[in-house]
Design a protein around this ligand. Structure first.
Ligand code: ADP
Ligand code: MG
Length: 365
């Protein structure tokens, strides 16, 4: 592992979701290891992020290897930077056969439609202009980040429009007549990768496991001691180790989008990596964090981004449409959950930090 990755790992480990680990599976960052008691744990670096994987099974090390391979395969399929990826092919040839990831792509397109472009697969010209990706590199000096010129934002916005994507669901061919239209799958990449590793775990005889990409985390079964995984929800305005609550769950994915993951401040304004394609600027919807709890990691990842852009009422409507549980945090420090079931697994700990827990009543909107 080179030093850049070691630094990046350090930063990422402090990021969004902190997993409370059983003492049995504590490990040193950057090393994969397997204990004789059927516990394997590993950190791998792919898709610009660190994946933390745990497996509890007799043949834990084989399952782990397979899960790692599944994760490594995702970047070359999704990343618009990777020559030969589906996104790269579409962006250079204005046409690509998406059959290899048909369902995932269709889900992402559907969320683009259902959110009326708050989530937009064609956001690339805007995200390249803002360039928040740079903030993922810990060698990068945040103070050099700039707010783009208004004209440049307007020009990029003119190239963002998912309705110009033509998709043939019989052939899986995606095309566009507008050569300015480019896709990026950044907002669903982690969800997609987690689904691949999840398939490996589900096919195996593991009694439990976890795949975490920081802001998206899948948990299944139980830990070695029979307890379920406890996943902390980060305080969006606290330090990396402070939480507003803990989710105790299994067999589901928790996907979070927040305005504290990649951001810079200029003149007292926070500019973050979740963009509103309708304004060209970072979403300013009155939310600081959105968490979606959902069986399908791709849908969860797409919805967390979409709901963040849409704001409380429209976001809650979208969550209801997909029948997923959601926890939103607004800028007044209200935490909103959309279903009383959430209280069965969410332990609220944010009172002392000024947060207030409320049930969102769909009738509000
Ligand atoms: P994270 O990747 O930090 O978990 P998200 O899942 O919310 O966060 O995805 C944010 C990424 O998605 C951005 O870095 C950018 O590449 C892309 N993106 C930003 N805004 C949008 C949008 N409105 N629609 C689709 N993708 C977006
Ligand atoms: Mg997302």
């Amino acid at each position: 592992m080179n030093s850049k990755w070691i630094k990046r790992l350090g930063v990422l480990l402090l990021l969004l979701l902190l997993v409370f680990q059983a003492a049995a599976c504590q490990k040193t960052a950057g090393q994969g290891d397997t204990e004789e008691d059927g516990t394997a744990s590993s950190y791998i670096f792919t898709m610009g992020t660190v994946f933390d994987i745990r497996v509890f099974a007799e043949d834990a090390s084989e399952i782990m290897q397979e899960a790692e391979q599944a994760l490594y395969g995702c970047d070359s399929l999704l990343s618009w930077r990777e020559e030969g990826s589906l996104a790269y092919r579409f962006n250079t040839e204005h046409q690509a056969d998406m059959s290899e990831m048909k369902e995932v792509f269709e889900d992402a397109l559907q969320v683009s439609k259902d959110s009326q472009g708050a989530f937009d697969l064609t956001v690339l010209p805007l995200s390249q202009l803002w360039n928040f990706d740079k903030l993922g590199d810990s060698d990068f000096d945040v103070s050099t980040m700039k707010v783009p010129d208004k004209e440049d934002i307007a020009q990029a916005m003119a190239k963002v429009d998912y309705t110009q994507l033509k998709y043939d669901d019989a052939t899986g061919i995606l095309s566009t007549e507008n050569p300015d239209i480019q896709i990026e799958l950044g907002a669903i990449g982690k969800g997609y990768a987690i689904e691949q590793a999840k398939d490996v775990l589900k096919r195996s005889d593991a009694s439990g496991g976890m795949v975490s990409a920081g802001s998206s985390i899948y948990v299944c079964g139980t830990k070695k001691d029979g307890s379920r995984f406890r996943v902390a929800l980060r305080d969006p305005r606290g330090d990396e180790n402070s939480a507003i609550g803990v989710l105790t769950l299994s067999d589901t994915t928790i996907s979070t989008s927040g305005d504290y993951e990649r951001y810079f401040e200029k003149d007292g304004v926070r500019y973050h990596h979740i963009l509103d394609p309708r304004t060209g600027y970072p979403a300013d919807s009155g939310l600081m964090q959105v968490t979606i709890i959902c069986d399908d990691s791709v849908i969860g990842d797409a919805l967390s981004t979409a709901c963040f852009v849409l704001g409380l009422d429209e976001g809650m409507n979208l969550a209801a449409k997909y029948g997923v549980n959601a926890i939103f945090v607004d800028t007044d420090k209200n935490i909103w959950y959309n279903n009383p079931d959430v209280l069965n697994y969410f332990e609220f700990t944010g009172k002392d930090s000024g947060y207030v827990l409320n049930e969102y009543n769909q009738a509000r909107s």
